[in-house]
Design a protein around this ligand. Structure first.
Ligand code: SPD
Length: 276
């Protein structure tokens, strides 16, 4: 019998029983594809759970839809990271989207996801999608004032994604947005990764004029409590109007809904205290 444990801190972790495991060492990281009893297939990078067939919809819906709904016409979208394809799948639910660029540093993550996680990666071959196997940091050096929405679908701020949680990177993200542009980023667990959370959110706050942080319950992520931060220099992302609620009605989602959207920024007190 095989068990896998993700050590989320030195003292706690998530343990799952595994039917079968596949191991790949890529140029950047250790990739594990586990077939688990409880969560279906699970993708693990350098020991950290990235996505599972059972709960991936929560993360991918919550990273994508708030930013896409708040933008008045999101035609050009960039996803940085997200090689499993779940964010791209959600982005393509918005009919206004004409072009999706996916910038993923590790080609092996895309390959493994296409082969083993078809329900997550099934839109990666959509004709609207172009895939760039590149470092997101370098990729943005070449792109100025181009995108309507940028989604940072990153692994934790250690290893390949470390530089992508820093102020200099958020500045590049801002520079790559055209007028009216909005970005959303995964900003870690406020409960078990307090420092990662605080640092990422505060760096975003320093770069953008408008910002808001929101949470989702994701069973396989540390503490089950996960955060996202949405930001813009032109759009007050904390406001909601009737048109946005209309757009939301037509999305085929399982977690994200009008009730979540209208109370998106209602944070528990200890969480807002961390990012004041
Ligand atoms: N602790 C792991 C956080 C991973 C966040 N990114 C997941 C990428 C899924 N598309």
């Amino acid at each position: 019998m095989i068990w896998f444990t993700e050590y989320q801190t030195k003292n706690t972790g998530l343990t799952v029983k595994v039917k079968e495991a596949k191991h790949i060492q890529s140029k950047y990281q250790e990739i594990l594809l586990l077939d688990t009893y409880e969560y279906g297939k699970m993708l693990v990078l350098d020991g950290a759970v990235q996505t599972t067939e059972r709960d991936e919809f929560i993360y991918h819906e919550m990273l994508s839809h708030p930013a896409l709904i708040k933008h008045r016409n999101p035609e050009r979208v960039l996803v940085i990271g997200g090689g499993d394809g779940g964010t791209v799948r959600e982005v393509l639910k918005h009919p206004e989207v004409k072009q999706v660029h996916l910038c993923e540093i590790d080609e092996e993550v895309i390959k493994v996801s296409k082969e083993h996680l078809p329900t997550i990666s099934n839109q990666l071959d959509n004709p609207k999608v172009s895939i760039f196997v590149e470092d997101g940091n370098k990729f943005l050096d070449e792109r100025k004032s181009y995108y309507d929405v940028i989604l940072l679908d990153l692994s934790d701020p250690v290893g390949p994604a470390e530089a992508l949680f820093k102020r200099a990177f958020y500045e590049k993200v801002k520079g790559a947005l055209r007028e009216g542009g909005i970005m959303a980023a995964q900003t870690e667990s406020p409960f078990l990764q307090e420092l990662y959370f605080k640092t990422a959110v505060k760096e975003i706050q320093k770069v953008f004029k408008y910002y808001g942080t929101y949470l989702a319950f994701i069973p396989t992520y540390p503490a089950g409590m996960w955060s996202f931060t949405i930001a813009s220099d032109d759009v007050d992302v904390t406001k909601t109007d009737a048109k946005e609620l209309e757009k939301l009605k037509n999305l085929n989602t399982k977690y994200f809904c009008d009730k979540i959207y209208t109370s998106l920024f209602s944070l528990p007190k200890f969480v807002s205290d961390l990012i004041k």
